[in-house]
Design a protein around this ligand. Sequence first.
Ligand SMILES: [Zn+2]
Length: 425
Amino acid sequence: MPSNKTQNPILCADWLLPIASPPIHQGGVVIEGGRILAFGKAEELCRRFRNLPRQDFPGGVLMPGLVNAHTHLELSLFKKQMALPNDFVSWVFELIGRKIQLTDSDLESSVRRGLRETLTAGTTTVGDITNIPRSLSILQESGCRSVLFREVLGRTGEETVPWMEKVAGELHSMEARAGERVTIGLSPHTPHTLSEERLKALAAYLKEKSLPYAMHIAESEAEKDYFQSHAGALKSRLFPVIGWGNTPDPEAFGTPFEHVRRMGLLSDRLVVIHGVYLTSKDLDHMQEAGARVVLCPRSNHFLRVGTAPIREVLQRGIPVGLGTDSLASNTSLSLWEEIRFLRDRFSEDPFITAERLLSMATLGGAEALGLADKIGSIEEGKEADLIVVECRGKNGNELAARLIEQTTSDKIRMVMVAGEKLPLQ
Ligand SMILES: [Zn+2]
């Protein structure tokens, strides 16, 4: 991997799209030590930094790399393998059945395959959920930036104290190996796949640590039913089959999010994934605590679970990113396709603009993952995580809409993390 300390040329393109400020015609970026030293009009930069060579991308738009804030790269081998499910629980059964047949080596090649697809789509950061130790080194070797969330779950089995010690030990060793581009996080899988005792132990652990943590919350009606009435498809169909038929139900009734809050897991480091069934009251609590959310619209559509309250989340100023989720519930890992899906779905809503969608896919994702001080926009001092996208026939006003309309993986001309170009193969 070449050092990011090597001198970068001034990158110049037809348009510079910083996200946090208006587009600049004939713009450029100066990089030093992997970070953005300056950005602005290319001509001015070339005068100011006359010792630096320049590299031009004619017909290109230079912008921050996309942030795919929720993936399970280890499930990438399931691309186009899963049948359209009748309902959420049927899909869970199919997923479990397929997953137990995979070896660690299958899962590792799955991560590699998923990463390739992710990077070639112009994504430079992933929020990935993992169950295999090798994910960390595979991510490091790729050069991609990531928050790697170690997944934990279980309502039965080992006593909570030794279980928690094991989890803490593993996270500690992952943190020791993480390096600059990987942030280690924890993923308590869902409110219904962990016992109350384990959820409380995780909450106590997370209070002591500064780790980000991501949890699938309020994804399906089945989950909502379980917490509201301790009944429904999870309780009657799923739990008995996987050996949780006799596990105790939560002590109280409420929404899945209320359960998470009652267990002590609400904080400004909580990343709520999906949030399809978040209520206004849940959102009040999230807003107050500074919690974040990652929406996965195509996955929700595939699983037929409903549509998340995107407008309400945006209007409240809750940090919101986008994720593709895994290829077990989506057709691609391209965030451009995720944005296009939202554009079409909300075409009648003037609030969901092309600019807002692009912002969610970059700065919003960075905020959701707790990385907004480093990435997500072109600003001085931020890491040079940049992409160049070929985009024809645009002017400043319609730049975002054109990018969303036109961008496919074959239009990605360059992908760079911390000033280092990554191979697009
Ligand atoms: Zn997921």
